[in-house]
Design a protein around this ligand. Structure first.
Ligand SMILES: Nc1ncnc2c1ncn2[C@@H]1O[C@H](COP(=O)(O)OP(=O)(O)OP(=O)(O)O)[C@@H](O)[C@H]1O
Length: 267
């Protein structure tokens, strides 16, 4: 009984999620890691009198990598909360494939700017926390994927910021999510570590095929990584462009200069 309560508490701390207003629906089957399409139809979100998302229509095909950029307060985090089911739209619907989002979605995982690891758990336990029978093997495999196989028994406190973010990524991926939502995940990292994380994320995304939504203030980062960039301005989509250039792409890539100018003009 006590263990069950502690496990529940830890999951809440790990994800830093408030208890959802409605019970989370059980997934029809165990998540497979296959990408899920995200569809927003006429989504409005108001806080009291104030509407912060205005009639959004957006379709993200399964497995696509999109970046959402925009000024502070434009509604990016609010949009993300609707996709994971932390918050319900005032009107309109959000779907993952055909399934309406009507509560917290277990196959959508989040990564934030801070790694939010449990300091009293070793790396392996942070990754595998509350994950069922094979959690140890699954956690070891995903730690190897992010290049931290050797650090499984370390405490979070002895890791660098970039390594902690890798652990957080491993924790997000161990349950094989269909959608990964990243809210400014690399904002606190130095330029070299950020570039390493970009390479790592692209490699894992290409191998696993989950649908990815990256929120970032950095237009250069958006066009380096994403298939498509959305500019969210004052709660509406001001621009929606494909980035057709082959990867790898670097910051300052001359092929992308015109696109960057176009996006910056819309932000
Ligand atoms: N729970 C809430 N109650 C009232 N207003 C809110 C709430 N959550 C967000 N807002 C408002 O909605 C607007 C959009 O906020 P949101 O956090 O989605 O913007 P953002 O684009 O993610 O900004 P940032 O880049 O600074 O993170 C802001 O004006 C914010 O004050």
């Amino acid at each position: 009984m006590m263990t069950a309560v502690l496990n529940r508490l830890e999951r809440t701390i790990v994800d830093d999620l408030p208890v959802p207003a409605r019970p989370a629906p059980r997934p029809a089957a165990a998540p497979t890691g296959r990408g899920l399409a995200i569809t927003l139809s006429n989504v409005r979100k108001a806080f009291g009198e104030r509407e912060v998302l205005h009639n959004l229509d957006l379709h993200v095909p399964a497995g696509q990598f999109i970046a959402v950029v925009g000024r502070s307060g434009g509604g990016k985090s609010t949009l993300m909360r609707q996709i994971v089911g932390l918050d319900a739209p005032t009107a309109g619907t959000v779907r993952l494939d055909e399934r309406p989002v009507d509560g917290l979605q277990p196959d959508v995982r989040l990564l934030f700017q801070e790694a939010r690891l449990l300091p009293w758990k070793r790396v392996l336990d942070n990754v595998g926390i509350s994950r069922g029978a094979h959690w140890r093997e699954d956690a070891r495999a995903v730690l190897a994927d992010v290049g931290l196989a050797e650090r499984a028994h370390d405490w979070p406190a002895v890791l660098s910021g970039g390594q902690r973010q890798r652990v957080a990524l491993a924790r997000a991926l161990v349950s094989k999510p269909g959608v990964l939502l990243l809210d400014e995940p690399f904002g606190a990292l130095d330029a070299l570590t950020r570039a390493e994380m970009h390479t790592l994320l692209l490699r894992i995304w290409a191998a696993r095929g989950f649908t990815t939504v990256l929120i970032t203030h950095d237009v250069g980062e958006a066009i380096t990584l994403a298939d498509r960039v959305i500019v969210l301005r004052e709660g509406s989509i001001a621009l929606d462009v494909d980035v057709d250039h082959a990867r790898p792409r670097g910051h300052g890539d001359p092929r992308l200069a015109a696109l960057e100018t176009r996006i910056l003009a819309a932000v």
